[in-house]
Design a protein around this ligand. Structure first.
Ligand code: CMC
Length: 443
């Protein structure tokens, strides 16, 4: 890659258009780096050295602000223009016309299923919804007030012990069986965790119901012989599942890919995704939104709250996004779905506060300048609450559908010849080569 600097003054040489010419002013050496898909390979910079025994140049990118970690054909996201597509299909069309279970197929297989494929897929997922009875005993070991997301995180990881062959990740059939199990059992684990936190008996899956309706049944069924949710609520939950199914290389997906790159089984990799999603800056944000709305109390308090945010006292939860610098397309769809839900359940008074917050923030210079718009979490919590979910369940409701996205990304990663175990570099800033100091000689 290195070329001698022919200009003699550190300038670049003429080069093909799809390259980047870099001059190392330490040596005067000029390098030509290929540009492919709007990126350069970080490893190309390793050739940039001051001497033969120099390690070579690295890139420093905390939080991966400008680093593509993979090639992916699953989810397309244009944050500036508010575009989100799964396998090329716009999220708006999928939310309107598809179902979560079909979207899960699409994410994993890359194409929409025909009727036969869809029937088979639904059947496979439906017949794997039950979990081993020992899982119940495992969940019973948690304290009565354990957070359901903490329980979900532990139980999905524990599934690897029930399916020890899941670590044969290069076996296509084994892989397929376990991805079916993951999608099928996540709602069961989530519902059992919820019932445990409520001190209620666990409800077994009802395989006659749809994916979202079965989940609602496992959450809310009491003594009735069959729980059948209002179809409008069932559909609203399915839409929320569709919207949350994948979002390219976000924090939890990167965690799944990084952990999965060690070739661990998919249950353990998905547990890492659940852990990442637990955080308030990621899947915990909708829980934080609801707590924030409750704290604000009434729409009159919104201006004071906004003033506090602008002074840096806290963040307006449910606003801002690392990638979207425009209205999150999912937030628009959710806002519309909220109307359908409130028609059934009656309106949530927190909606007035949320609407007022959005109105003020969208006009305020602080938010406009920073391109802070409502994200998916701003309204989702209001719908979840209307569906009867306590706030601790919100991140769990995100983890259930995101499982199909995590698995699709995990499958893509383990079959990508360019991928290896994830292992970033560092810039070491600590002490070096110190002699150990005996305790009695320390200050
Ligand atoms: N409220 C107030 N100010 C904000 C907010 C917010 N929600 N988000 C960003 N800012 C400000 C931030 O203070 C900074 O200002 P300055 O330049 O003066 O220091 C600027 O905007 C850029 O923020 P950043 O923290 O550098 O942006 P980021 O890309 O690292 O953070 C984010 C993205 C989502 C973590 C952040 O916007 C945030 O904390 N939002 C609230 C939490 C939230 O709603 N998270 C859900 C994300 S969507 C669901 C998901 O994908 O998980």
């Amino acid at each position: 890659m290195a070329t001698e600097d022919q200009s003699g003054n550190g300038g670049g040489v003429a080069s093909a258009t799809d390259t980047l010419t870099v001059t190392d002013n330490r040596t005067g050496q000029t390098y030509e780096v290929p540009i492919e898909d709007g990126t350069i390979r970080a490893m190309a910079l390793r050739d940039v050295k001051v001497s033969d025994d120099d390690f070579g140049l690295m890139t420093y990118d905390p939080a991966f602000m400008n680093t593509a970690s993979c090639r992916s054909s699953i989810t397309y996201l244009d944050g500036d223009n508010g575009v989100l597509e799964y396998r090329g299909y716009p999220i708006e069309q999928l939310a309107e016309q598809s179902t979560y279970i079909e979207v899960a197929y699409l994410l994993i297989h890359g194409e929409l299923p025909n009727q036969k494929q869809l029937d088979e897929w639904c059947h496979q997922i439906t017949v794997h919804t039950f979990v081993h009875e020992n899982v119940k005993t495992f969940i019973q070991g948690f304290r009565y007030d354990a957070h359901p997301m903490g329980m979900l995180l532990a139980t999905v990881g524990a599934l690897s012990t029930f399916y020890p062959d899941a670590n044969r990740i290069m076996d296509e059939d084994v892989r397929y069986m376990n991805l079916i199990r993951l999608i099928a059992k996540m709602p069961t684990l989530a519902a059992f965790s919820y019932r445990h936190s409520m001190g209620q008996p666990y409800v077994y899956p009802d395989n006659e119901l749809s994916y979202p309706a079965n989940f609602l049944s496992m959450l809310f069924k009491m003594s009735e012989s069959r729980y059948e949710p209002d179809p409008r609520l069932e559909r609203a939950l399915d839409i929320l599942f569709i919207l949350h199914a994948d979002h390219e290389q976000n924090c939890s997906t990167s965690a799944v890919r990084a952990v999965g790159s060690s070739q661990v089984d998919p249950y353990s990799a998905v547990a890492a995704g659940v852990a990442a999603l637990y955080g308030p800056l990621h899947g915990g944000a909708n829980e934080a939104v609801l707590r924030m709305l409750r704290r604000i109390g009434t729409a009159d308090n919104v201006p004071d709250f906004i003033a506090g945010v602008k002074e840096g006292k806290e963040r307006l939860m449910g606003f801002g996004h690392r990638v979207y610098k425009n209205y999150d397309p999912r937030a628009k769809i959710i806002k519309a779905a909220a109307d359908d839900v409130f028609e059934v359940t009656g309106t949530n008074p927190l909606l007035d506060i949320a609407t007022e917050l959005e109105k003020i923030a969208l006009e305020d210079d602080y938010f406009v300048k920073r391109k802070l718009y409502p994200n998916v979490d701003f309204y989702s919590g209001l719908i979840y609450e209307a569906l009867g979910m306590p706030v601790q369940m919100f991140p769990v409701l995100f983890a259930i559908p995101r499982t199909s996205g995590w698995i699709a990304q995990w499958l893509e990663m383990i079959q990508d010849k360019e991928q290896k175990i994830a292992r970033p570099r560092q810039i070491y800033t600590g002490e070096r080569s110190r002699d150990y100091v005996a305790m009695d000689a320390r200050a």
